[in-house]
Write a protein that binds this ligand. Structure first.
Ligand code: UD1
Length: 381
């Protein structure tokens, strides 16, 4: 069986790694990794591959940045050629970035079965580009690998055939479980570099356009972070988009959060593990903090990962700086939220996906879901 993995942005690489490793150990599986090039900076791309011990991608399509339409269209065109040349039996796509949508669409139109890793998540907020990507990718996918039971419920409610849905757990947590010991080993060096010297600190990451693209939103959020930085050091690795927007805001009150370059995967894991709390708008960090039991304040009005709230340590604070200040005061006052680890977030999700894909090595039937739905309709009438 020839499997083509398509990835494009930082979180995709972390999700790919466990699936790739599990399939590498199976006989009769040939794997190709296509990087669309959506993320191209060393700190967002090559460094993460190296830290994950992943071989370099077989092809990098060099799509780069652009508007959503331009980026998705460039990826779609180049992926169509790559799939045409590679003739895979199955294309695996990850998460919800523009490259994920382009890959699912290119494959589906070529009649190649598509598997979606991290299927079924829904924020029900269509102003987020990722929500549109998730909805469309799940309509196109033939195999839907879900991280939690809420994702199964979403897919079933949308009419996806039950036999196409596989609750396998959270593949991001596989990478965390594997690399947390390495992150712990490098922690003393990171602590020294950041001059933390054993003192408590908090971690901040913000990169969503809704938070960073509008000065009317970003300025009050930064003012709140500057207040918090008076009580506790705030480490803020800034995504290139965020750094560019921050530069337009002008100087911040001192001491303020410590704004640094994007960090590698090991560094961000270690910082999360040792932080007093985390403020973020990232999807993956909501999950990682839940697994690590670290309080997480999510600067969004909603989340596609509700299990991190119902079971985990995550809490939504919207974009309201006062809600953020109050939530931080609660955590520092010992009134933070406790949490547990969701079922199947156990480090074995990649193996479960490999089991399903290699069971009897039966090729996935393209159109399996549509056929199943037609049959159901037939039975109902
Ligand atoms: C993308 C994903 C987002 C994910 C994030 C992880 C989409 C719609 N968004 O957002 O879901 O959470 O990746 O980081 O796919 N840039 C660089 N260097 C790079 C890549 C980007 O400087 O290597 C800058 C460019 O100015 C670019 C901007 O960041 O225009 C945004 O990059 P883009 O890939 O469009 O989206 P992200 O914000 O990274």
């Amino acid at each position: 069986m020839k499997i083509m993995h398509v990835v494009g942005a930082r979180p995709n690489f972390i999700k790919l790694s466990p699936v790739y490793a599990a399939l590498s150990a199976r006989l009769g599986v040939e794997q190709t990794v296509i990087h669309t090039g959506q993320h191209y900076d060393d700190l967002l791309s090559d460094l993460i591959f190296r830290q994950l011990d992943m071989p370099r991608p077989d092809h990098n399509l060099g799509v780069g940045s652009g508007s959503h339409a331009a980026q998705t269209a460039a990826a779609l065109t180049r992926l169509e050629s790559a799939m045409h040349d590679g003739r895979p039996d199955l294309v695996l796509v990850y998460g919800d970035v523009n490259s994920t949508l382009a890959a699912a669409l290119a494959a589906a139109k070529l009649g190649i079965p598509v598997g979606h890793v991290e299927a079924g998540l829904r924020s029900r907020d269509r102003s987020m580009p990722e929500e549109l990507n998730r909805l469309l990718v799940d309509r196109l996918a033939d195999l839907l690998f879900t991280p939690s039971a809420d994702a199964d419920e979403n897919l079933l409610a949308e009419g996806v055939a039950p036999q196409a849905i596989h609750l396998v757990g959270n593949v991001m947590i596989d990478s965390l479980v594997r690399l947390l010991p390495t992150a712990e080993a490098v922690w003393p060096g990171i602590e020294r570099t950041l001059e933390l010297a054993g003192r408590p600190f908090a971690l901040v990451t913000l990169h969503r356009p809704a938070n960073v693209d509008h000065p009317a939103v970003l300025r009050p959020l930064m003012a709140a972070l500057c207040d918090m930085a008076r009580d506790l050091t705030l480490i803020f690795p800034a995504h290139p988009r965020t750094r560019a927007r921050l530069e337009t805001l002008g100087p911040l009150p001192m001491p303020g959060p410590r704004i640094i370059a994007p960090l590698g995967y090991l560094e961000i894991l270690a910082l999360q593990k040792h932080a007093a709390y985390v403020i973020t708008d990232s999807g993956g960090i909501q999950e990682e903090t839940t697994f690590l039991g670290v309080p997480c304040l999510t600067v969004r009005p909603n989340t596609e990962r509700p299990v991190t709230i119902t079971l985990g340590t995550n809490q939504l604070v919207g974009q309201d700086p006062d809600a953020l200040r109050m939530a931080v005061a609660d955590i520092l006052g010992g009134r933070g939220k406790d949490g547990g680890v969701p079922p199947l977030w156990d480090g074995r999700t990649g193996e479960r996906i490999a089991d399903i894909l290699t069971a009897g090595m039966v090729p996935v039937e393209r159109g399996h879901r549509a056929v199943a739905r037609d049959e159901e309709r037939h039975v109902r009438h």
